[in-house]
Design a protein around this ligand. Sequence first.
Ligand SMILES: C[S@@+](CC[C@H](N)C(=O)[O-])C[C@H]1O[C@@H](n2cnc3c(N)ncnc32)[C@H](O)[C@@H]1O
Ligand SMILES: [Zn+2]
Length: 212
Amino acid sequence: MAGSNKISRLKRNLKFLSDNNKESKRLEKLRKRGRSKWCSFESSSIHRTGSFAAVDIPKGTQAIEYVGERLKNDDAEQRGIDLADETDRTGDASVFNFVLDDKHMLDGNQDYNLARFINHSCEPNCYVDVIKKRIWIIALRDIAEDEELTYDYGFEVEHWKEHACRCGSDSCVGYIVSQEQWPALKKLVKKEAKKMTKKKRIKRSKSQKKRK
Ligand SMILES: C[S@@+](CC[C@H](N)C(=O)[O-])C[C@H]1O[C@@H](n2cnc3c(N)ncnc32)[C@H](O)[C@@H]1O
Ligand SMILES: [Zn+2]
């Protein structure tokens, strides 16, 4: 009896070691895929850490792969919700999910995913594309050494107020919103400005009445 207990404990330990080994090999592969000779990572004037061209990058170059954990849509959605809760609590987290296909997402919130440092810009020099189920950040034009790499995060206009943009480009619209939705955004910004002016006018006339 004692002998069979020992054997099953040994089997469990072996399985644990083999699973561990598989997991570290999987992570090592992703770490390698996530590296890029084209990019460096430094402090950014847009937001905290950004990614910069380590050398001149020709238009069309697959500059870096956006690697992460492949998840079924439901699981990815739950992670997104958990992360959004963390943002509310700490103001720190961001959502890193990318659509891979109609059933799967890629959760890029992993330390080995260096592409997660790429900031958004209203005048981006890169775009994102899915090529054979892998996500790539691709140069939209020739990029000079030391230029910060950026792409359009493609955020929905619905949440515009939550994401002020500090990209500093000439065409910055002030919010991180997908370029496709800029016409809708511009209408919303105008409406909000009108609302604020009306509020200010009411406040001013109230304080004038009080003084009289
Ligand atoms: C995926 S991270 C990008 C890397 C980030 N700079 C860092 O150091 O973690 C996304 C977050 O960076 C910030 N960010 C990226 N682009 C921005 C921009 N144009 N304006 C303001 N904040 C930006 C936002 O807080 C966003 O949620
Ligand atoms: Zn901007």
